[in-house]
Design a protein around this ligand. Structure first.
Ligand SMILES: [Zn+2]
Length: 434
């Protein structure tokens, strides 16, 4: 009784008729109260996880953290398959091995054959390697609701939200009503180059998917996303003494400079295409004609067809001779397809917004994002996917990354209630959408 009263208190006081119409059911109120009661435990869990480094290239750190996550999933009655990371070839880093891909499948199968197949996805690598100066979970500010740390929002906070939502649903005996697959990868921050195929295969077999990347600081969800590519352009030339044999040298730096002007010219805002030469390097000494130069290029695009076109343009520029006697080479991946707006995702967003209103939270308008997630791979595989189900926070990929700690239990409640309503909708038509 106490927990139910607490839940009503937490619900706030809906004022308008709209809010009353969208009120949570008694079961949903209980789920929310259950998760509110887990807040302190969720903070403790997150602190421990954030203090454990899992940079994408920190193989031992990833292996150790995979044990923790596999343990959590086993505790929720998931059979966990642990697929060892395959070596990845990346420019400048041969034989990169990240961490294992974890695929958890709930053992108990639902008896109802209409039961939905639900795919939950998250990554446990972060962009902060063991060499980074940003390693510790730290509360800041007088009210203690904000914490900083590597991966607090992107996305160890999201992993806490996902697992706690599952735990609450299990206590509510809701897990029995669906098929559950959880995919946790360790190479998302380098573009999911090794885990992509498994994610696409699981997406093709599911009815809907949720990805627990963080929402915006405002709580806004993402409706659509741009496609992403990463390219590495290298030029080989001929080294020579800049004083005594300048004419025999073939400058790779000069050739790369000319290529860069053409690469940058691919950008076409009207077409939703941006190309950014983010880094350049080349040469060894002031007085040597440089025999090698290289650039990293970031590509973003809105239309699915633009990706292949940009790739062809980059290849043409790499192959063209800008300085006689030099040779260009291109490595690249279009690692995130665009996630265009879709009716199926809009329906998920609509259900999500109703859950928020039921909790007394006014939903923010959903956004178009320039960043990609594994949700884009799932969407391109035909799976309706909401990809910002994690905590609220921001400044991901910087030493200022933060989380609003209150969002841990709040977002877990949103996820749990949303999942419950989606299961109802699958089992009983639109009944669960009210
Ligand atoms: Zn992320």
């Amino acid at each position: 009784v106490l927990s139910v009263l607490l839940a009503w208190a937490l619900c706030g006081t809906p004022s308008g008729a709209d809010l009353r119409a969208a009120a949570l059911s008694a079961g949903e109120v209980a789920l929310r109260a259950l998760l509110a009661g887990r807040q302190a435990e969720m903070e403790r869990m997150l602190e421990g996880w954030v203090n454990q480094n899992t940079g994408s290239f920190n193989r031992p750190g990833l292996e150790a953290f995979a044990d923790v996550l596999a343990g959590e999933l086993s505790g929720l009655d998931f059979a966990v398959e642990r697929e060892p990371a395959t070596p990845l070839w990346l420019p400048g880093r041969s034989d990169v091995v990240t961490g294992p891909l974890l695929i958890g499948r709930r053992r108990a199968a639902p008896s109802d054959r209409r039961a939905p197949r639900i795919l939950l996805v998250g990554h446990y690598d972060t962009v902060f390697e063991a060499s980074s100066g940003f390693q510790r979970f730290e509360r800041r500010g007088p009210d203690g609701v904000r914490a900083h740390g590597p991966g607090v929002a992107d996305m160890k906070g999201g992993l806490v939200v996902m697992l706690e939502a599952l735990r609450a649903l299990r206590e509510a005996k809701e897990l029995e009503r669906a098929h559950w697959v959880v995919v946790l990868n360790a190479d998302e921050e380098i573009g999911s180059l090794g885990s992509r195929e498994r994610i696409e295969a699981e997406a093709a077999a599911a009815d809907f998917g949720l990805v627990f990347e963080s929402a915006q600081d405002s709580g806004a969800m993402v409706r659509s996303r741009r496609g992403l590519g990463q390219f590495h352009l290298t030029v080989e030339g001929v080294a020579a003494h800049a004083g005594s044999a300048h004419e025999r040298g073939r400058s790779a730096v000069l050739a790369l400079a000319r290529k860069i002007v053409e690469v940058e010219a691919i950008t076409d805002y009207a077409r939703g295409v941006t190309v950014n030469v983010g880094t350049i390097e080349g040469g060894t000494k002031r007085n040597i004609v440089p025999s090698r130069a290289a650039a990293w290029i970031d590509v973003r695009y809105d239309e699915p067809a633009s990706g292949a076109w940009i790739e062809r343009e980059l290849q043409r520029i790499a192959d063209a001779t800008h300085v006689e006697g030099t040779r260009g080479a291109l490595w690249g991946r279009l690692h995130r397809p665009p996630k265009p707006p879709s009716d199926a995702v809009d329906r998920l967003l609509d259900t999500h917004a109703r859950v928020l209103r039921g909790m007394g939270i006014e939903p923010q308008p959903a956004l178009h994002s320039g960043g990609g997630t594994d949700g884009s791979l799932m969407g391109a595989a035909g799976l309706p996917t909401l990809d910002s189900m994690g905590v609220t926070g921001g400044r991901a990929h910087t030493n200022g990354e933060f989380i609003d700690l209150r969002s841990l239990s709040e977002r877990a409640a949103v996820a749990a209630i949303l999942l419950q309503r989606l299961i109802d909708a699958k089992l009983y038509g639109a009944a669960g959408e009210g």
